[in-house]
Design a protein around this ligand. Structure first.
Ligand SMILES: [Zn+2]
Length: 280
């Protein structure tokens, strides 16, 4: 696949997880590696966040002399992908079939933290919520690589409940995206968006997070256990039925429950060693 020019020196390689190219930077070499961008001089590997589908091939560039740059929080996940895998299962070791392939893959050493790196041609924007330390990057061409902070409407219709560990922080990041000066967005997944499409997509994303809250609140008018609630939510949102999607969805549901409790909309109680959630 040939790199597609967005504008100026800002390109991307369309794939399951998009890879960005800007001057001597490669951004998120997850689906595409050194072979695909051979011929281009790469001195810097920017990693938006610590999910393996965004850094699986980072080492191929590092072995050839490029430096790898990731955020303070997510560098841990890049160096030790096991942290993601264990985190998913409350730090116990999960049977491997329960782990999404997005979390499995190659570890890579990180040479520089985003927080300590500076280049006036490309600047970082802190966009946590999908992970604790996710960053997007805006090039001097006005192209904003937003990773997994913004999902298009197409993506919402495909995945129904795209991964987010903290909906409140996701909301803040979406508002931050809307405030930035950019002309195009290259998301982690899906096609690039113009500014007006991106602003619409951000509003849609915000409304979908609210919708998940509303659906959950509807389901807990009577106390419901987490397992039952997840099953009811999956039915309601028509979630894809698979072993690893079950665990991913459970993480997201926990995020929404914590947010609803924090906003005084839901409560919880322990009965017979089962945790029940209810609407307030
Ligand atoms: Zn991700």
């Amino acid at each position: 696949m040939e790199p597609v020019r967005v504008v100026g020196n800002s390109y991307y390689l369309p794939a399951t997880s998009n890879t960005g190219l800007f001057k001597d930077y490669v951004i998120d070499p997850g689906s595409t590696g050194y072979k695909e961008v051979a011929g281009k001089e790469i001195n810097n590997v920017l990693i938006t966040h610590g999910h393996n589908d965004h850094f699986r091939h980072a080492c191929e560039f590092r072995e050839r002399g490029a430096r790898v740059i990731a955020s303070r929080d997510d560098a841990l996940l890049v160096r030790y992908p096991e942290v993601n895998i264990r985190g998913l299962f409350s730090w116990a070791k999960p049977p491997i079939e329960l782990v999404t392939p997005y979390f499995q893959g190659n570890a890579c050493e990180v040479d520089r933290l985003v927080e300590e790196w500076q280049d006036p041609a490309i600047r970082p924007v802190f966009l946590p919520g999908h992970t604790l330390g996710q960053y997007g990057f805006i090039t001097e061409d006005g192209v904003f690589y937003t990773a997994d902070a913004l999902y298009s409407e197409d993506l919402w219709s495909k995945y129904k409940l795209p991964y987010c560990i903290d909906p409140d922080v996701c909301r803040t990041s979406l508002r931050r995206i809307k405030e930035q000066d950019f002309d195009y967005i290259v998301p982690g997944h899906g096609r690039p968006l113009t500014r007006s499409e991106a602003l619409k997509a951000a509003d849609f994303h915000l409304s979908q997070l609210d919708k998940v809250d509303d659906v959950v609140l509807d389901l807990i008018s009577e106390p419901v256990s987490m397992e039952d609630l997840l099953s009811m939510l999956a039915e309601k949102l028509k979630l894809y039925h698979s072993m690893n999607n079950y665990y991913i969805a459970l993480v997201m549901l926990k995020g929404h429950m914590s947010s609803l409790v924090g906003r005084g909309k839901a409560g919880y109680k322990l009965e017979n060693f089962t945790l029940y959630w209810y609407r307030i």
